[in-house]
Design a protein around this ligand. Structure first.
Ligand code: NI
Length: 186
């Protein structure tokens, strides 16, 4: 397995609508394994293919990406995931994204979603998700349609966040340091 290059805002690949996967084979599984390793390496709890420069409808996630207790990890691979039901109630969650390093903002999401997908072995599955898993699924499935969490913010909040991102990057360049990845991002 290998860690893949992360694509960050405003790369155009993050704005593309991804294509459905037609064949689940060893090549795709290798890619999914690499995506998962990349996600853990960058301390994320979700990663969508466009974030590593690929426009296939695949995501990986883990609501419990623990470094200390590897047995507590709960990795999931979802191919062609589709939200087929949304709850009426919504929740706010302070989201981050590996493609917008070190930034966070409150985003309104459906509290529960039912998702249809194809699993690692090519078998069709359905999952009813709530809590963090429901948030991650909505965030990652958005990525497959070229949507970022900042698109859910008001224009003012979005421009503030992007200004902060710009400052953070200038600071990193000045100090010639890489991102300090302390917090979990999806
Ligand atoms: Ni993201």
């Amino acid at each position: 397995m290998s860690v893949l290059k992360l694509y960050e805002y405003p790369d155009v690949v993050l704005r593309q609508k991804c294509e459905k996967v037609t064949t689940v084979d060893d090549e795709l599984r290798r890619f999914l394994d690499d995506m998962l390793e990349t996600m853990y390496a960058d301390k994320g709890c979700g990663l969508a293919a466009p974030q590593v420069g690929c426009t296939k409808r695949v995501i990986v996630l883990d609501p419990n990406p623990s470094d200390e207790d590897l047995s507590a990890r709960q990795p999931m691979f979802l191919i062609n995931p589709e939200i087929i039901w949304r709850s009426e109630d919504t929740v706010f969650f302070n989201e981050g994204c590996l493609s917008l390093p070190e930034q966070r903002a409150e985003v309104e999401r459906f509290a529960k979603v039912r998702v249809h997908y194809v699993d690692y072995n090519g078998v069709e599955q359905e999952i009813l998700a709530d809590d963090l898993l429901a948030i991650i699924l909505q965030h990652e499935i958005d990525h497959l349609d070229g949507i970022l969490y900042i698109d859910h913010l008001s224009r003012l909040k979005r421009s503030r966040l992007l200004n902060k991102l710009e400052k953070y990057r200038l600071e990193c360049n000045r100090k010639q340091i890489s991102h300090d990845k302390q917090e979990i991002s999806v």
